[in-house]
Write a new protein. Sequence first.
Length: 133
Amino acid sequence: SLLLCGLMDVDQTLYRMPRIDAWARARVETAEQLQEKEYSFGYGTYWNASIITYVSNGEVSVAPVGIDDKTGGTGPFPIGCPHDYFQDIPGREKKFLLLSADEVPVYGKFFGDPILQNDYYTAYDYPFTLLTQ
Protein backbone atom coordinates (compact mmCIF):
# COMPACT_ATOMS: atom_id res chain seq x y z
CA SER A 1 0.00 0.00 0.00
CA LEU A 2 2.96 2.34 0.61
CA LEU A 3 4.13 1.73 -2.94
CA LEU A 4 0.65 2.54 -4.25
CA CYS A 5 0.58 5.84 -2.32
CA GLY A 6 4.00 6.72 -3.66
CA LEU A 7 2.93 6.01 -7.22
CA MET A 8 -0.20 8.13 -6.73
CA ASP A 9 1.94 11.04 -5.50
CA VAL A 10 4.23 10.73 -8.54
CA ASP A 11 1.19 10.55 -10.81
CA GLN A 12 -0.29 13.73 -9.28
CA THR A 13 3.04 15.55 -9.56
CA LEU A 14 3.46 14.58 -13.20
CA TYR A 15 -0.13 15.63 -13.90
CA ARG A 16 0.51 19.09 -12.41
CA MET A 17 3.94 19.64 -14.02
CA PRO A 18 2.70 20.92 -17.41
CA ARG A 19 0.46 23.46 -15.65
CA ILE A 20 3.25 24.58 -13.33
CA ASP A 21 5.65 24.76 -16.25
CA ALA A 22 3.23 26.94 -18.27
CA TRP A 23 2.67 29.14 -15.22
CA ALA A 24 6.41 29.68 -14.71
CA ARG A 25 7.10 30.15 -18.43
CA ALA A 26 4.40 32.84 -18.65
CA ARG A 27 6.03 34.83 -15.87
CA VAL A 28 9.49 34.57 -17.43
CA GLU A 29 8.05 35.64 -20.80
CA THR A 30 6.25 38.59 -19.17
CA ALA A 31 9.50 39.76 -17.58
CA GLU A 32 11.29 39.39 -20.93
CA GLN A 33 8.56 41.32 -22.76
CA LEU A 34 8.82 44.16 -20.23
CA GLN A 35 12.60 44.26 -20.72
CA GLU A 36 12.17 44.33 -24.51
CA LYS A 37 10.00 47.43 -24.03
CA GLU A 38 12.76 48.91 -21.82
CA TYR A 39 10.83 48.66 -18.56
CA SER A 40 12.86 47.53 -15.57
CA PHE A 41 10.75 48.83 -12.69
CA GLY A 42 7.07 48.92 -11.96
CA TYR A 43 4.23 48.10 -9.62
CA GLY A 44 1.90 45.15 -9.24
CA THR A 45 -0.47 43.73 -6.70
CA TYR A 46 1.15 41.91 -3.81
CA TRP A 47 0.75 38.36 -5.11
CA ASN A 48 2.12 39.22 -8.55
CA ALA A 49 4.99 41.53 -7.65
CA SER A 50 7.66 39.27 -6.20
CA ILE A 51 7.37 36.46 -8.72
CA ILE A 52 8.31 38.68 -11.68
CA THR A 53 11.27 40.09 -9.76
CA TYR A 54 12.33 36.55 -8.87
CA VAL A 55 12.04 34.94 -12.32
CA SER A 56 13.92 37.85 -13.93
CA ASN A 57 16.76 37.67 -11.37
CA GLY A 58 16.01 41.28 -10.44
CA GLU A 59 16.30 42.57 -14.02
CA VAL A 60 12.65 43.62 -13.72
CA SER A 61 11.67 44.77 -10.24
CA VAL A 62 8.02 44.94 -9.27
CA ALA A 63 7.00 46.75 -6.08
CA PRO A 64 3.81 45.54 -4.39
CA VAL A 65 0.87 47.94 -4.28
CA GLY A 66 -2.75 47.97 -3.26
CA ILE A 67 -5.36 49.25 -5.72
CA ASP A 68 -8.73 50.73 -4.78
CA ASP A 69 -11.38 48.94 -6.86
CA LYS A 70 -13.68 51.99 -6.87
CA THR A 71 -11.20 54.72 -7.87
CA GLY A 72 -8.13 52.92 -9.20
CA GLY A 73 -6.03 54.75 -6.64
CA THR A 74 -2.80 52.94 -5.86
CA GLY A 75 -0.73 52.94 -2.73
CA PRO A 76 2.46 51.28 -1.51
CA PHE A 77 2.22 47.88 0.09
CA PRO A 78 5.74 47.88 1.56
CA ILE A 79 5.76 44.44 3.13
CA GLY A 80 8.58 42.08 2.28
CA CYS A 81 10.26 44.28 -0.31
CA PRO A 82 13.25 46.62 -0.42
CA HIS A 83 12.57 50.05 1.10
CA ASP A 84 13.93 51.83 -1.99
CA TYR A 85 11.06 50.47 -4.08
CA PHE A 86 9.04 53.40 -2.77
CA GLN A 87 11.61 56.16 -3.24
CA ASP A 88 12.14 58.52 -6.13
CA ILE A 89 15.32 57.14 -7.73
CA PRO A 90 16.91 58.44 -10.95
CA GLY A 91 16.58 55.96 -13.79
CA ARG A 92 13.09 54.87 -12.81
CA GLU A 93 11.25 57.41 -14.91
CA LYS A 94 9.70 54.71 -17.11
CA LYS A 95 7.45 52.55 -14.92
CA PHE A 96 4.64 50.05 -15.45
CA LEU A 97 1.66 48.71 -13.53
CA LEU A 98 1.17 44.95 -13.86
CA LEU A 99 -2.20 43.25 -13.42
CA SER A 100 -3.03 39.57 -13.59
CA ALA A 101 -5.70 38.41 -16.01
CA ASP A 102 -8.10 38.09 -13.05
CA GLU A 103 -7.44 41.69 -11.96
CA VAL A 104 -7.92 43.35 -15.36
CA PRO A 105 -11.76 43.29 -15.29
CA VAL A 106 -11.71 45.03 -11.89
CA TYR A 107 -8.83 47.52 -12.25
CA GLY A 108 -7.92 47.72 -15.95
CA LYS A 109 -10.48 50.43 -16.72
CA PHE A 110 -8.48 52.92 -14.66
CA PHE A 111 -5.17 52.67 -16.50
CA GLY A 112 -5.68 53.27 -20.23
CA ASP A 113 -4.28 51.21 -23.08
CA PRO A 114 -1.99 48.31 -22.22
CA ILE A 115 1.67 48.28 -23.23
CA LEU A 116 1.76 44.48 -22.90
CA GLN A 117 -0.89 41.80 -22.79
CA ASN A 118 -0.69 38.01 -22.69
CA ASP A 119 -2.79 35.18 -21.25
CA TYR A 120 -1.56 35.84 -17.70
CA TYR A 121 -0.75 39.54 -17.41
CA THR A 122 -1.55 42.99 -18.71
CA ALA A 123 0.85 45.89 -18.15
CA TYR A 124 0.14 49.59 -18.40
CA ASP A 125 2.49 52.55 -18.57
CA TYR A 126 2.43 54.10 -15.09
CA PRO A 127 4.12 57.52 -14.90
CA PHE A 128 3.72 57.96 -11.13
CA THR A 129 6.17 57.27 -8.32
CA LEU A 130 4.61 55.86 -5.18
CA LEU A 131 6.41 57.06 -2.06
CA THR A 132 6.42 56.04 1.58
CA GLN A 133 7.17 58.40 4.44
